[in-house]
Design a protein around this ligand. Structure first.
Ligand SMILES: O=C(O)[C@H](O)[C@@H](O)[C@H](O)[C@H](O)COP(=O)(O)O
Length: 231
């Protein structure tokens, strides 16, 4: 089940997504004094991050982490940690608590174990999860052909962070499991451009999840996926 919201411009999308995220985070803090936000990296979220960073929220009560991470240090331009530190954790959002997934001087597997331990203290489910999508139909680091794809997509897998290696992924990846993402209070997919709309339309059709892992979120998310799209 998915609800698609289309916007005239990418700025209108960023403002609407920031509204929905702010509402969910404010409600969580009002309800239990804390909130969590897991975001994806890549190029799409930059404008949204910049808009959200200016929102007046109880940021010191909000924990921000990454849906997935390239296995590179924050100094690398490929780092999602660097992307979030540059575009989101500034302005009003500078007071948020950030939990990275990458750990230096560790193997990817050791870093995944540490990241699972360090994120297990975040209330379950996440309040907000923002997914992106590649033109190959991957989301998070659930890449077609990924070495750990079956385990990553298995709803029965233990919530946590695992490694993923795949031809289309570049570096080894660290990614939350689908089981950790699928029941977020607000589960959003943020995509932009005509090409990704076509990829989404294909993903909404028949075919195995392994070919287009975004299908797991479209078909088996516990929370209906809210899709934000602009040309
Ligand atoms: O680390 C990553 O790359 C992301 O978490 C990934 O899942 C991203 O959302 C898609 O690859 C889309 O990336 P673009 O926004 O760059 O197209």
């Amino acid at each position: 089940m998915a609800h698609i919201h289309s916007y005239e411009t990418r700025l209108a999308l960023a403002e609407a997504l920031a509204d929905a995220v702010s509402e969910t985070l404010n409600a969580a803090v009002a309800e239990r004094g804390a909130a969590s936000l897991a975001v994806s990296g890549g190029s799409t979220p930059k404008l949204f991050f910049d808009v959200l960073s200016k929102r007046v929220l109880p940021w010191d009560r909000i924990t921000v982490t990454l849906v997935d991470e390239r296995f590179v240090p924050p100094e690398s331009d490929r780092s999602n940690h660097q992307l979030v530190a540059t575009h989101l954790l500034k302005d009003k959002a500078a007071d948020a608590n950030f939990v990275p997934l990458f750990h230096a001087d560790k193997t990817a597997e050791e870093a995944a174990t540490i990241a699972s331990q360090e994120t297990c203290g975040i209330d379950e489910p996440f309040d907000v999860v923002i997914l992106g999508m590649g033109t190959d139909g991957h989301t998070a680091s659930f890449f077609p052909g990924g070495d750990n794809l079956a385990e990553a997509l298995d709803a029965a897998s233990t919530r946590g962070v695992m490694t993923m290696r795949a031809q289309g992924a570049g570096e080894p990846r660290l990614t939350f499991t689908f089981s950790a993402l699928r029941d977020a209070r607000l589960l959003a997919l943020h995509i932009e451009g005509a090409e990704k709309k076509q990829v989404l339309d294909t993903a909404l059709g028949d075919g195995p999840e392994e070919d287009m892992p975004i299908r797991a979120a479209l078909r088996r998310a516990q929370t209906p996926l809210t899709i934000f799209w602009a040309p």
